[in-house]
Design a protein around this ligand. Structure first.
Ligand SMILES: [Zn+2]
Length: 409
């Protein structure tokens, strides 16, 4: 017996809004039909709300989910924030707590918070050794949170390359479980060129997605162009600076050209990309830029070129990044932040970034990202008290609200 959920508005995202719409759902929680309400049919009416697909977080590090506030101070230099993150990790290590247990509970809290915010899937950066248990149970227990687990690869020295690639291949070979598996060569300033080449090779061999932090900060740019600046100072103080591993003057463009050879690639941040970079990204429909809005605003990176990227044809999606740089794991709040920062980007586009585009970027669009027959019945609903003038006005009214209903049917 199918369940029928009705509401004043349905916003399927991959199709125009439906006024007085009905979603038919089968016993297994899959959507059977999305259509207008037929006269006289019995439904569960959610009332004066707009139903949207559940949110998807394309980039996060849930192991920081026990932090109550971001590390450091707003507007701090990025290279110094990295030092704060490392200091935080070291302080936890020196505190005598069971780090493995703490990491596992952080993942549990992060998944629980994500579910409470109406997030149905996360692109998680998984650091070794990674406790898979919280993801395995969240994949079967309600509220279910799907995941794409990107094993983090971090190593500037040549002798780390072979063991890390071995670990990476083992990670990808275990891909039969609930979560999708990918790799995350961390960033240009922490990844030996051979490690990146090897990760791209594995991406092709296993049809796996790569996620790499790129073009995030001015400090990163200074490091690449002149081997100097706060990032180099931080790496040097950690004993992790290896100038011979980074060709001086290497550009973001050269990293993009390499990532374009992967099966699929997520460019995390891309804050400082420019017009010539957009052209490469626009040509490669297996590439996405993951904008982390509140994290971007936490640092003095300048304005984010969202409108420019979108008008150039770059595929953009959204992530929260971690609780070390954003106040919550709510994708909805990230979308509201975009609306506040980018008045020229329509609400209909913004809502796509946290739903269908994120699902496509993570390879989960066959079951998530829109209200479509065959996909999972996982939604958020927001109150709509005014009568919108047109569709765009409806998207705007929806994005101004907070979800009051989140869940699976
Ligand atoms: Zn990140």
């Amino acid at each position: 017996m199918p369940v029928r959920i009705a509401a004043r508005y349905l916003l399927p995202i991959d199709a125009p809004p439906i006024e007085r719409g009905v979603i038919e759902i089968d016993d297994a929680g899959a959507i059977l039909a999305v259509r207008p309400h037929a006269v006289g049919e019995e439904v569960t009416d959610l009332g004066e709300v707009a139903i949207l697909p559940a949110m998807i977080n394309a980039h996060t590090h849930l192991e920081f989910s026990l932090l109550e506030a971001p590390l450091g101070q707003p507007r701090m230099v990025f290279g110094n924030w990295i030092a704060e993150v490392v200091a935080h990790r070291r302080a936890r290590g020196a505190s005598g707590v069971d780090l493995a247990a703490e990491k596992e509970s952080a993942l549990e809290v992060g998944l629980r918070d994500s579910a409470a915010y109406g997030v149905a899937a996360v692109g998680e950066i998984a650091t070794h050794p990674f406790p898979f248990a919280p993801f395995a149970s969240r994949a079967t227990e309600s509220p279910r949170v799907d995941a794409h687990l990107f094993l983090e690869l971090l190593g500037l020295s040549a002798d780390r390359v072979a063991p890390l690639l071995e670990l990476a291949e083992a990670h990808l070979q275990q891909g039969a479980g609930q979560a999708l598996r990918g790799l995350s060569p961390h960033a240009p300033y922490t990844v030996h060129p051979d490690l990146l080449t090897g990760a791209i090779g594995l991406s092709k061999k296993y049809e796996a997605t790569l996620a790499m932090h790129l073009a995030e900060s001015w400090d990163e740019l200074e490091l690449l162009t002149s081997h100097s600046g706060p990032m180099v100072d931080t790496l040097r103080s950690l004993g992790a600076w290896n100038p011979s591993a980074i060709p001086r003057g290497v550009t973001f463009q050269s990293y993009l050209e390499q990532l374009a050879q992967a099966h699929r690639a997520l460019v995390i941040h891309g804050n400082l990309l420019t017009t010539s970079d957009y052209a490469i990204l626009a040509q490669h429909k297996q590439m996405w830029v993951v904008y982390c809005p509140r994290t971007q605003s936490y640092f003095p990176h300048g304005n984010y070129p969202l409108a420019e990227m979108l008008s150039s044809g770059v595929q953009v999606t959204v992530g929260t990044d971690s609780r070390a740089s954003t106040p919550s794991l709510s994708v909805w709040e990230e979308l509201q932040h975009i609306a506040a920062m980018h008045e020229n980007v329509p609400a209909s586009t913004i809502l796509r970034l946290g739903t269908i585009e994120a699902a496509r970027a993570l390879g989960l669009d066959s079951k998530l990202g829109s209200i479509t027959s065959g996909k999972l019945a996982k939604f958020v609903a927001v109150p709509i008290s005014e009568t919108p003038h047109d569709h765009e006005d409806l998207y705007e009214l929806a994005l101004q609200q907070q979800p009051t209903i989140v869940g699976s049917w």
